[in-house]
Write a protein that binds this ligand. Structure first.
Ligand code: HEC
Length: 147
């Protein structure tokens, strides 16, 4: 009678293992980029083919609102809730305001960051698009701090 009992124990162990893997994945968040509805925002000349290097949505209340939710769904799992970093990725509240901050932001947003064959941040430009990118930047500007 030990054989069936052993199998039952094994099955239970396997169930626990797969459950904890699933929980783990969940804790790391969904790695699929979440689409952002930007239809309420003014179009940007050039669409996704010609990216501007200065945020056209700075101070735009609608963009800030859309950007906050887009950030929460796509960036917070690494950069932290409310843009307050828990340490695994840079704290985006410190990103410089103005055009040099814009340039750096859009470079990372479009292309992400990889070195030595490891992806530190995936690229978002093609999947989320220019309007979503600048909306997130507009929200981050509203969270900016120098402290
Ligand atoms: C998988 C984790 C991850 C996700 C998701 C992620 N990032 Fe990053 N991001 C990083 C890491 C790690 C770095 C630092 C990369 C380096 O130094 O090479 C970084 C760097 C940046 C930088 C440059 C910051 C600096 O101070 O130099 C910006 C801007 C940025 N991310 C924006 C975003 C935005 C916007 C999103 C969501 C659309 C996002 N990231 C999603 C991990 C992530």
């Amino acid at each position: 009678m030990t054989f069936p009992t052993g199998r039952a124990v094994l099955a239970a162990a396997a169930a626990i293992a797969s459950f904890s893997i699933a929980t783990n994945l969940h804790a790391h968040g969904d790695v699929t980029p979440q689409p952002v509805d930007t239809t309420a925002l003014p179009d940007i000349a050039g669409g996704n083919d010609a990216w501007t290097t200065e945020n056209p949505y700075t101070g735009n209340a609608k963009a800030i609102e859309i950007g906050q939710s887009a950030y929460g769904q796509n960036c917070a799992r690494c950069h932290g809730l409310e843009a307050i970093s828990g340490g695994i990725a840079p704290d985006l509240r410190y990103l410089e305001l103005g055009s040099s901050g814009d340039e750096w932001f859009v470079e990372r947003f479009r292309h992400g960051s990889s070195h030595d064959g490891k992806v530190y941040m995936p690229p978002f430009g093609d999947v989320l698009g220019q309007k979503a990118g600048w909306a997130i930047r507009a929200w981050l500007e509203s969270k900016h701090t120098d402290e």
